[in-house]
Write a new protein. Structure first.
Length: 472
């Protein structure tokens, strides 16, 4: 293990928010998180109240009326969650900043499975209820509902689309699919949600019972659709057109890593911070439609952006061949692995492999005094950005701890070169006051999970632990 203890130096890099400003933003984000949770639970309680006020509970006393009434409630809850699920992935800036995209994706997955289960239960209960509670009548009733009730054919098509999305999102199925195929199928979720809408608005008793309820549901659908169109389609397009980003050069950093340097107009207006990532589409020919998330590997400078990418896959290989002048479409900036999440002056940045990229940008973009920022850098043979870290150590007092070698066995996040101590003890040995610091972690998913365990065991509360994994 080599360790560089650097002398104090002058501040360097793009202007960064001070910890006080960051703490203010952390408080605002906490308020947004509370508001979002309250809003969702509030909407679920409100539709349940409307259902109960409309006689839903009394109807539960009979078998077939109970099935229909219970089915209606299940449908209402499923609808609220279905909309919440779409909204969670609409890239709404307030939600993105408050939760971070990976946390939103986790909640989206959970809400998605819940809404899907409720939707299936709703379909079964309603059909069974309309069949007067007799199982033998279910097939003919289902057919009758399908062909004679307004919007039902569309709803059935929507259900099929959602079944396809959920089936391919189950972990075992997802592992077998190429990312691109899974992603394409996932877009059918919008179709599924859209096709379910007419039967609710045309024939749903709960939707039409009063003007307030009709306004509530139309607004909920309208706001969700507007959010998707604004933040997933219009804003990325407008930003890409406005900033006219192009590739300036591609530089080899390591045998399997290249850095892509880009420039554009008024990039400071993007509001990007060190540690964040963008979705990138390089307009270099076939396959340009694929959007790949890459973190900035340097603090965003005056009119320039830099990403550093492992060239193992198809997308990475293409970057090797990019020519200067290639136009770039962007989506973002995204992510909370930035000064926004910071609550303390002391920070520890723990990265492995190409996961060191956003931490390299943070080491440049964060404000800190000598000794306040420490980098624990895991790599096999040669450190990525070794020279740049040395410069930051000399100029700004960044403490850099290299942790080389292949990974130890038995679920350890450390390298074989580390002294023989357990993960948590090693962490406390390397950074004795780690429990008093914010900890930023980035690397492969399984490795990041091992670091998380050790960091929490070392006494760091989860709200001061900021993790982004690159998948894999
Ligand atoms: C927030 C975030 C930031 C990232 N930052 C960096 C970075 O700075 N440098 C870097 O080298 N890598 C980064 N990655 C990982 C990088 O996005 C994927 O490795 C890359 O998209 C894989 O595409 P490929 O065609 O090169 O490889 P493939 O061999 O096609 O894919 C390898 C695996 O990557 C995942 N993947 C593929 N395409 C995508 C996609 N469009 N979006 C998300 N995951 C995908 C899938 O799980 C797939 O199995 C980041 C990932 C995330 C989520």
């Amino acid at each position: 293990m080599s360790q560089v203890l650097a002398p104090p130096g002058r501040p360097h890099g793009a202007p960064a928010p001070s910890p006080a400003v960051a703490t203010g933003r952390a408080r605002r984000d906490a308020v947004v998180r509370l508001g979002a949770g309250t809003g969702l639970w509030g909407a679920l309680l409100l539709v349940t109240y409307w259902w109960a006020a409309g006689g839903g509970v009394q109807d539960l006393t009979g078998w077939s009326t109970g099935l229909t009434s219970g089915g209606r409630l299940l449908g209402l809850l499923a609808s609220v969650l279905l909309l919440a699920q779409v909204l969670l992935m609409a890239r709404v800036p307030l939600l993105e900043a408050a939760f971070g995209q990976d946390r939103l994706a986790r909640v989206h997955r959970w809400v998605g499975f819940c809404s899907f289960d409720l939707m299936l239960a709703h379909v079964l209960a309603i059909i069974w209820g309309y069949a007067a509670g007799q199982v033998t009548q279910v097939p003919t009733t289902a057919w009758d509902l399908l062909v004679n009730y307004p919007g039902m054919l569309l709803a059935a098509a929507g259900t099929v689309a959602l079944v396809m999305v959920v089936a391919t999102s189950i972990k075992a199925a997802r592992r077998r699919l190429r990312y691109e195929s899974w992603h394409l199928i996932h877009l059918y979720a919008y179709l599924g949600v859209g096709l379910a809408l007419p039967h609710q608005l045309w024939s749903g008793q709960e939707f039409l019972a009063s003007t307030v309820r009709t306004v509530f549901w139309w607004s909920a659908w309208g706001v969700t659709m507007a959010a998707v169109l604004t933040w997933r389609v219009a804003l990325p397009l407008a930003r890409s057109l406005r900033h006219r980003i192009t590739v300036t050069s591609v530089v080899q950093e390591a045998p399997d890593v290249v850095s892509v340097y880009m420039r554009g107009r008024d990039l400071h207006r993007l509001g990007a911070e060190a540690g964040q990532f963008f979705g990138f589409r390089f307009l270099d020919g076939r396959g340009w439609m694929r959007n790949h998330p890459y973190s900035l590997s340097a603090a965003p400078g005056q009119g320039t952006l830099r990403i550093s990418v492992r060239t193992a896959g198809d997308g990475g290989q293409r970057l090797r061949r990019l020519r200067p002048g290639t136009r770039v479409l962007i989506e973002g900036p995204h992510g909370r692995l930035s000064a926004r999440a910071r609550t303390r002056r002391g920070v520890v940045l723990i990265g492995a492999g190409v996961g060191i990229t956003p931490l390299r940008a943070l080491a440049e973009g964060l404000s800190y005094a000598p000794g306040e920022a420490v980098v624990l850098h895991r790599f096999r043979e040669r450190p990525l950005f070794g020279q740049e870290f040395q410069t930051l150590a000399h100029e700004r007092g960044l403490r850099v701890v290299d942790l080389p070698g292949p990974r130890r066995t038995g679920g350890s996040w450390l390298g074989v070169g580390t002294p023989p101590m357990d993960d948590t003890t090693a962490l406390q040995f390397l950074v004795p006051d780690i429990a008093e610091r914010d900890v930023y972690v980035c690397g492969p998913a399984a490795w990041a999970a091992d670091v998380r365990r050790a960091v929490i065991a070392a006494g760091v509360p989860t709200q001061r632990l900021h993790i982004e994994d690159f998948g894999g």
